[in-house]
Ligand binder design. Structure first.
Ligand code: NAP
Length: 497
């Protein structure tokens, strides 16, 4: 089983021993506790022994060198090594020592030795990484080589992926533990075991973490199924920016777990050109969701784009095929599904779409494909007219709304979205005659628009229904299995509160 190593963050050993979360992790199957000796203000042989009594043997013990983030300058290597020797003598499973430290008479005994290198300033090139790996791995005492680097963007992490891929399957020699910090490096923490690392690092529930970008141990174990990930598991992901608050990882990982399917789904914060990201990470990925701002630009990276996505001019789903990436758009049929659930057949129904951006285009095309008549209203009239010209939708004026009648009104602007929850695309006086209001905004679930609609006796559809419906279609495209819609709905609604 791959272990999750939870880093201690407490300022003293007393605090650590009083911490209920860490008491629960002590010697728990699948978990290690990292004792960061340089953190503890009350460190002494006596207090250290108390910590070892609690956490040995399932511990990683380190006394970080000040040049690599250690918090105790002025402690000699000899003193650091004497504590680490005590840990080895007491039978802990792992000792972590910076590769820069001369080991002298240190005897690891039965412990596995992690020789580590931390760079909190930058991510090295592939040539530098290879050289670093070879230099550290050549030390006979090394059981694990840990290299932790600081990327500025996800593209900076590509050399780490390349080196992991090169090392993958190597038998003999130390095991690689190559980690990229920050949000850009999240994939390297979740996939560490998939590439042969014996452990990955996590933080406690309320802790800031000992390195930027650490996930909580619960997220790693429950959402990402870290303990189960195998080297042949397919990897899926969402490409976007920002992507930190996306509910897609929670929804898709829950779906995979519910069906007992191998596979893990990760967020990738992609700053630049998604095509460039896919050139580096494409071989790792079996399928991707694509979100703002990449839905249009990602089309250039597709070997084929299906007719629906081509008509919309946006791709939100990538599926790997022998020819390359196949692009499709599940937003459009998802929106139409939501309206059909409420209205029955959309044929001949009048649907007003507010907005003229990517989501509006998807809804217009989605309902037209089911035979509805689409109408468009937008703040910038020229954009509404352009959408009307391209799709055949009729442009309407805000002033004319109260005299018009529709079967459904769909908001595709971000108005009403957290944190500006008082905003609404329609004030009370502007409502047309309409029995159904659908807001694609889903945070919060009950937007001001939906509350106003309810007060008028209209039926409503929450944006979360569309979010789940587009995810269900993505999941089915990638796995060929019927998606566990109830489990996906439950976890998303719980997360939205
Ligand atoms: P987009 O391409 O940027 O388009 C935004 C549209 O909203 C434009 O038409 C813009 O009008 C209008 N708008 C923005 N701010 C406005 C304001 N203050 N007043 C009036 N109109 C305003 O964005 P998008 O990709 O279409 O996404 C829009 C929203 O759709 C997202 O924020 C999200 O909430 C929702 N969405 C939901 C789902 C789902 O699964 N539920 C899926 C996709 C999108 P102008 O043309 O005048 O700038």
């Amino acid at each position: 089983m791959n272990d999750i190593c939870v880093a201690t963050h407490q300022a003293s050993i007393k605090e650590l021993l009083d911490d209920a979360e860490f008491a629960g992790l002590a010697n728990r199957a699948g978990f290690l506790v990292e004792l960061r000796l340089d953190f503890f203000a009350d460190l002494s042989i006596e207090s250290f022994d108390l910590a070892l009594n609690r956490f040995a043997p399932r511990a990683v013990v380190t006394f970080r060198h000040p040049a690599e983030g250690g918090r105790r300058p002025g402690v000699s290597d000899a003193e650091r090594l004497s504590y680490l020797q005590r840990a080895a003598d007491r039978g802990v499973e792992y000792i972590d020592i910076e590769a820069r430290t001369a080991l002298g008479a240190f005897n690891k005994r039965a412990a596995k030795l992690i020789l580590s290198h931390h760079d909190f300033h930058r991510a090295p090139s592939l040539a530098e990484l290879r050289e670093l790996w070879q230099r550290i791995a050549a030390q006979p005492a090394a059981d694990v080589v840990k290299i932790a680097v600081m990327p500025a963007t996800v593209l900076d992490t590509a050399p780490v992926l390349q080196l992991l891929t090169e090392l993958h399957g190597n038998s003999g020699g130390p095991r690689p533990l190559l980690l990229c910090m920050e949000e850009a490096g999240l994939w390297s923490r979740v996939l560490a075991g998939r590439f042969g690392a014996p452990l990955t690092y996590a933080r406690g529930a309320g802790a800031p973490g000992t390195a930027p970008g650490q996930l909580t141990w619960r997220a790693l174990s429950d959402t990402y199924r870290y303990h189960d990930i195998r080297s042949d598991w397919p990897v899926y992901g969402v490409l976007g920016n920002p992507v930190g608050h996306s509910l897609s990882p929670l929804m898709h990982n829950t779906a995979l777990r519910t069906l007992g399917l191998p596979g893990v789904y990760l967020p990738f914060k992609v700053d630049g050109d998604p095509a460039e990201f896919l050139r580096s990470f494409g071989a790792l990925l079996s399928g991707c969701s694509v979100t703002i701002p990449h839905k249009e630009t990602v089309m250039a990276a597709c070997a084929e784009v299906d007719a629906g996505a081509a008509a919309i001019g946006a791709v939100n789903t990538l599926n790997r095929t022998p020819a390359g990436w196949s692009g499709s758009n599940t937003d459009a049929p998802a929106a139409a599904d939501c309206l059909e659930d409420a209205l029955g057949s959309l044929s001949g129904k009048r649907v007003l779409v507010i907005g003229a951006g990517g989501a509006a285009r998807a809804v217009v095309c989605g309902v037209q494909a089911r035979g509805a008549d689409a109408f468009v209203l937008n703040r910038t009239r020229e954009r509404a007219e352009a959408l009307g010209r391209e799709t055949g939708a009729t442009v309407v004026d805000a002033a004319a709304l109260p005299g018009l009648s529709f079967d459904a009104v769909v908001n595709t602007t971000p108005l009403g979205m957290h944190p500006k929850i008082a905003a609404t695309p329609l004030e009370e006086s502007q409502f047309p005659k309409c029995g159904l209001i659908f807001d694609t905004v889903y945070n919060p679930r009950r937007t001001r628009l939906l509350k106003l609609a309810e007060a008028r006796g209209c039926r409503t559809i929450e944006g979360v229904s569309m979010f789940i419906a587009q995810g269900v279609r993505q999941f089915e495209l990638w796995t060929g299995r019927t998606a566990p819609r109830d489990a996906m709905t439950q976890v998303v609604l719980a997360a939205l509160g």
